[in-house]
Ligand binder design. Structure first.
Ligand code: HEC
Length: 254
């Protein structure tokens, strides 16, 4: 009887029908030691974010201006030209650089297409962790039963389409280019080489993206770490100074 009631509940319950996403507690997270001092990686991450993610996700606590100054996209000595560089490469919507980074997707349409609004990613590496976001991005696989043809090993039945899917498809020309040097390899080896290349390209993009999101979650980290070293240096210097002062003062006292 209970079994019948339970199965009726799950069959009629909208959550069961829509196949709501659920996070796997057992799937092992891939570790990533993010490096917020790697400026080139942060710049690439910003580029990837604006190209692959900002269509759906906002960064409500980050302004274009702040991003451009921190990542040295704006050159203070050549403001006019570098602002143009920012507008040409990172700002894809009609907005002022002093505004925060908003998603291009309207909330109403997001609800219509995904059934939920893609969450803001400003603090995602702090709410979920760096390793979690990194693993999520790299754990998509093909699944014809899902609406977008992909599923995720970490977030089962996720509604997000694989945003890096484009990178998994290597056009035939590139595929040949990768193997140009080894033209006498057999077909199997060629395929392995192409797959390795694809994997490296994909993980590289994911690393830059997560590095960038970690910076967005704590933009002062770069300054904080640099300041920390200076403060420790000063304290060490001050300790020596005080120590010698103490020797000087106590030298005549028995
Ligand atoms: C086509 C729209 C779309 C694009 C593009 C997109 N996402 Fe998403 N994203 C979503 C939706 C919808 C969800 C909610 C998924 C769910 O709950 O199953 C989501 C969820 C996420 C989450 C999980 C948030 C959480 O706390 O559960 C992360 C992290 C994320 N996206 C990162 C990214 C990154 C990084 C990119 C760019 C490389 C990206 N997304 C591109 C639609 C998108």
């Amino acid at each position: 009887m209970w079994k019948l009631i339970f199965s009726l509940f799950f069959l009629t319950h909208p959550v069961a029908l829509s196949g709501k996403s659920s996070i796997s507690r057992t799937y092992p997270l891939k570790h990533l030691a993010s490096d917020c001092n790697n400026l080139a990686s942060l710049q690439r991450g910003a580029k990837y974010f604006m190209n692959f993610c900002s269509g759906c996700h906002s960064l409500q606590f980050m302004q274009y201006n702040r991003l451009a100054i921190d990542l040295k996209i704006i050159d203070k000595n050549n403001l006019k030209a570098s602002r143009q560089r920012l507008n040409d490469n990172l700002v894809f919507v009609q907005t002022d650089p002093s505004n925060s980074i908003k998603a291009n997707l309207r909330k109403k349409e997001a609800l219509l297409w995904f059934g939920k609004i893609p969450p803001d990613l400003s603090l995602i590496t702090r709410t979920r962790s760096i390793d979690w976001v990194y693993t999520y991005l790299l754990s998509f696989y093909l699944d014809s039963t899902r609406p977008f043809g992909v599923n995720n090993r970490l977030v089962k039945n996720t509604i997000m389409p694989d945003p890096l899917a484009l990178l998994r498809i290597i056009p035939p020309n590139d595929y040949r280019a990768i193997n140009k040097i080894n033209s006498n390899l057999n077909q199997h080896q060629l395929l392995i080489n192409a797959n390795n290349h694809k994997f490296l390209a994909l993980t590289g993009v994911a690393i830059d993206l997560v590095n960038f999101l970690a910076y967005v979650a704590e933009p002062t980290k770069i300054v904080r770490q640099a300041l920390g070293i200076k403060v420790c240096g000063f304290l060490l210097f001050f300790t020596c100074l005080v120590y010698f002062l103490k020797q000087q003062i106590w030298k005549n006292i028995k």
